[in-house]
Design a protein around this ligand. Structure first.
Ligand code: GRG
Length: 300
């Protein structure tokens, strides 16, 4: 009898990858008993609050598409989740978005106070580099390349720069081009960095890295367009964070500029472009395809 390929089970994939990442994260972070205990409790509180772990999942899936071993990619997967979690802690602070809920739980500053929340974010940002430095390093991508990749995606030209433009754009009418500038930096940069790091951990070819860059850029933009849509279509309970926030602070979003229907179309078009970038992997990128499809259809 001809052997039949088992259909790819995304749900199972995400569950197992999340467990693997959580176990590794537990090993990489100082224990709650390590002095000073408050900061380690705060770091762990936000890391283990129940995020979707999309950046690590994309990173591991990109590694697999390039023939790499998930175990080699794990330190980088944990590093990007530390950067992402730090950005959420700081984004929620009273000086920024002033949010009380994140990942279905009270935000860091609500539980630990503002000072510790700032420091927990700082510590996770720093921890990311300590963890990334423990990756093996590969012939095409020695540690210098890995550290540069993470620093560039997180710094004032990308993640932080996007947040600055976002803050300065509040209560202003923005064009679609201005909004895209924010989304590219605030959201797409770290998602793109995640898939690129996955490829690097498999010592990918320059052509594969370019394909992953195209994929990550478009998936990252689609991710934020969907995030904008969910903010107006879902409840706070469904999202695990305050819904309707963008309208409340008059933030420019895709739905506010082009409407809900057109926003959905744009997200689908961006996802199609992401899919097109995966051709080079000739069927070995099922996990990346599955995650991109899941992100487009997600409801939280
Ligand atoms: C340097 C003080 C200081 C602050 C920096 C960089 C930054 C603050 C904030 C980043 C901006 C930000 C929060 C972008 C939004 C990206 C986004 C859609 C986050 C939500 O990601 P999910 O849905 O979250 O993957 P979970 O909780 O599932 O991991």
């Amino acid at each position: 009898m001809a052997s039949q390929k088992t259909p790819f089970d995304l749900n199972q994939y995400l569950v197992t990858r999340t467990e693997t990442v959580n176990r590794a994260m537990d090993r990489f972070l100082p224990s709650e008993k390590t002095r000073p205990v408050t900061i380690h409790k705060a770091m762990r509180y936000s890391i283990f609050a129940g995020g979707k772990r999309m950046r690590p999942a994309l990173l591991l899936a990109a590694a697999e598409a390039c023939g790499g071993k998930p175990a080699d990619a794990l330190p980088l997967a944990c590093a990007v989740e530390c950067i992402h979690t730090y950005s959420l802690i700081h984004d929620d602070l009273p000086a920024m978005d002033n949010d009380d809920f994140r990942r279905g739980k009270p935000t860091s500053h609500k539980v630990f106070g503002e000072g510790i929340a700032v420091l927990a974010g700082d510590a996770l940002l720093t921890q990311a580099f300590e963890i990334a430095a423990q990756a093996k390093g590969w012939p095409r991508y020695p540690h210098r390349e890995l550290i540069l990749e993470i620093a560039r995606a997180s710094g004032s030209l990308q993640l932080v720069g996007g947040q600055v433009a976002d803050l300065e754009g509040e209560n202003k009418k923005l064009s679609v081009a201005e909004l895209r500038y924010i989304h590219e930096r605030k959201t797409s940069a770290l998602l793109c960095c995640s898939v690129r790091l996955g490829g690097m951990s498999a010592n990918c070819t320059p052509a594969q890295l370019q394909a992953l860059t195209d994929f990550g850029y478009h998936v990252g933009l689609a991710f934020q367009v969907i995030d904008d849509i969910l903010d107006v279509t879902q409840t706070s309970e469904q999202l695990g964070k305050t819904a309707g926030k963008d309208v409340a602070v008059q933030k420019a979003t895709y739905p506010s500029i082009v409407g809900l229907e057109k926003s959905r179309k744009i997200a689908a078009q961006l996802t199609d472009k992401a899919f097109a970038a995966l051709k080079i992997f000739k069927g070995r990128a099922e996990a990346l395809e599955g995650i991109a499809q899941y992100l487009l259809k997600r409801d939280k």
